[in-house]
Design a protein around this ligand. Structure first.
Ligand SMILES: [Zn+2]
Length: 186
């Protein structure tokens, strides 16, 4: 059993190979996603019970595909990872035998790009220093601690320092620092 988002953003209940949508905004009653089916499920606060049987066979592949799509579109808006990494990570949780049920790499990639565009979050490509805008979520670590330590905002000599406090502690406790750079001037 899982509840995912449909491509239009509605809740979708996936249960034993069947898929349901909420009946009239009900928090309790779900109806089959197929209009020609009277299948109904209720939620009693603890578990899901089928009150009217579906008239068709279950479709486990559709469930796997819906879960996959929901996960990649969620990651598309919650992370800044490139599509290939999102697809790779979500695929880790798909059983090898179910590979055929998930969308192709190309269509997954399109789905992620579409979702990002729809939410207006393509990362900008700055052409000048003052066009560099670091989104709030990239100024902190995954754990919520500061990551952007310094930004002089100078359009001519922009200087940005990024590090977690944990990494600074590591540096602080070492006797030797080695560094590497690909800078015009350093
Ligand atoms: Zn049905």
């Amino acid at each position: 059993m899982s509840i995912v988002k449909s491509s239009k953003g509605y809740d979708k209940l996936l249960l034993e190979g069947y898929s349901y949508r909420r009946a009239n905004k009900s928090q309790r009653i779900w109806r089959c996603s197929r209009n020609d089916c009277a299948g109904r499920v209720t939620f009693d606060g603890d578990q899901y019970n089928r009150i009217t049987e579906d008239v068709h066979a279950p479709n486990p592949e559709a469930t796997i595909s819906a879960e996959f799509k929901s996960k990649i579109t969620t990651s598309a808006t919650t992370s800044h990872d490139p599509p290939r990494r999102i697809i790779y990570e979500v695929l880790q949780n798909v059983d090898k035998n179910d590979d055929a049920a998930v969308p192709t790499y190309h269509s997954s990639q399109r789905m992620i790009e579409r979702e990002r565009k729809r939410n207006d979050i393509p990362l900008p490509r700055p052409l000048t220093y003052d066009e560099i805008v670091i989104p709030d979520e990239l100024q902190i670590t995954n754990g919520g601690a500061r990551f952007l330590l310094y930004d002089n905002q100078d359009p001519n000599r922009r200087l940005i320092i990024l590090s977690s406090d944990d990494d600074l502690d590591l540096l602080f406790n070492r006797e030797h620092w080695n560094n590497d750079g690909t800078f015009k001037a350093c």
